[in-house]
Design a protein around this ligand. Structure first.
Ligand code: ZN
Length: 375
């Protein structure tokens, strides 16, 4: 991970790079900040730059043997601790090392990922993760050896507040009498839930919320979100990049539902079986939950369109794209066809839930809805 990949945080990045250049690398540092601000990717970029043996004027070089191993998070002097627990595939009191492959995947795909995203990634279901008692012995042993390739051995402890009490106390001992040439980077969203004695041993590194301008720039360059959309996402995300990425995904899903609804109703209205079959086949290839979600969404949109005439100036629950679509579509929804349309969509949802043949149910719905629109 490179500093250049971190969203915003330019003052902090400069300070961290400066400390490496000046060889003032504190042996224990606590990166703390709110969810989605980037404490984990920052700590990894910092670790990579410390270990980099190439030209690291403003960032890690990306070409030296150390950087090449960091690109896959497989550097032998880089160690991770993070919360885990039994899962459906690892039932026997697994440790972090048992999850290393999953952890590397998760971090590389989703460096701003949240604790719940991680739990979902390893299928933890409803259990809580924990940094277990035994992990402190494992890390202590790993760090007692001489480093393999770098000057420093680096241990990154993600969500340090999830450390078992015994693990915390053992870590404290390590921080008090650190093995030679070791750097501990603790990461937390709740510094006050760490042992006060651990906090006082660490150099605090505050990771603030991502500034609005930086977030806007990232959304536009990384997600091709236009200026208008990025305004509202930035406002809702409040400095949390994980939340912003989630909002973009939701927005895309809504966009998909609206586009499908438009095709579905148009084909029905035109009584165009050829193009209608394409939409029906695409919908039928989705899971039953997604087909149901489409029907629920359609029902909601039809109801919104019905009230457009009745209650002008009423608060709209539609997004901008839906409003644009509805300006035209609402003409087709009247008092006389609203109830029959709702009934047909409800009936289709009922049939799909009971494993009816999706293609038949949806094609039938499309033709009936088209007929009702034409009335
Ligand atoms: Zn390098």
């Amino acid at each position: 991970m490179f500093f250049s990949e971190i969203i915003g945080q330019s003052a902090l990045k400069k300070r961290l790079i400066r400390s490496i250049k000046d060889r003032r690398i504190s042996h224990a540092q606590l990166f703390f900040g709110p969810e989605g601000a980037g404490a984990l990717p920052l700590a990894i970029a910092y670790a990579q730059t410390i270990s980099c043996t190439g030209d690291k004027e403003a960032d890690a070089c990306g070409k030296c043997p150390s950087c090449i191993k960091y690109a896959k998070l497989v550097h032998p002097d880089l160690h991770f601790l993070f919360p885990v627990n039994n899962t459906s595939s690892k039932k026997d009191d697994p440790s972090c090392d048992d999850f290393l492959a999953e952890w590397r995947d998760f971090v590389l795909q989703n460096p701003y990922g949240r604790l719940n995203d991680w739990y979902l990634h390893i299928d933890l279901e409803n259990k809580q993760g924990l940094i277990k008692e035994k992990e402190s012995d494992v890390i202590s042993k790993k760090l007692s050896f001489k480093s393999y390739e770098s000057d420093f051995k680096i241990a990154i402890i993600w969500m340090a507040e999830k450390m078992h009490e015994v693990a915390s106390n053992k870590l404290l001992k390590l921080l008090e009498e650190p093995p030679e040439m070791t750097v501990f980077l603790l990461i937390t969203e709740n510094p006050e839930s760490l042992l006060a004695t651990i906090r006082s041993r660490c150099l605090p590194v505050k990771v603030p919320l991502i500034a609005e301008e930086d977030m806007k720039e990232a959304l536009q360059s990384r997600h091709q979100v236009n200026a208008v959309q990025s305004e509202s996402i930035v406002r809702l995300a409040m400095g949390n990049y994980a939340r912003a990425a989630e909002l973009i995904r939701e927005n895309e899903e809504d966009g998909f539902l609206l586009a499908t609804f438009r095709e579905f109703m148009l084909a029905g209205y035109m009584n165009n079986i050829t193009s209608g079959m394409k939409t029906v086949e695409a919908l039928s290839s989705l899971t039953r939950e997604k087909q149901k979600a489409f029907l629920d969404y359609s029902l909601g949109l039809i109801r919104e369109n019905a009230v457009i005439h009745l209650q002008e100036g009423r608060l709209s629950y539609m997004n901008r794209r839906e409003e644009e679509f509805s300006a035209n579509f609402s003409r087709f929804i009247r008092g006389s066809n609203l109830a029959p349309l709702a009934e047909e969509f409800n009936k289709a949802a009922y049939d799909i839930e009971r494993n009816g043949n999706s293609k038949i149910v949806l094609l039938d719905l499309m033709l009936k809805a088209g007929k009702l629109l034409r009335q």
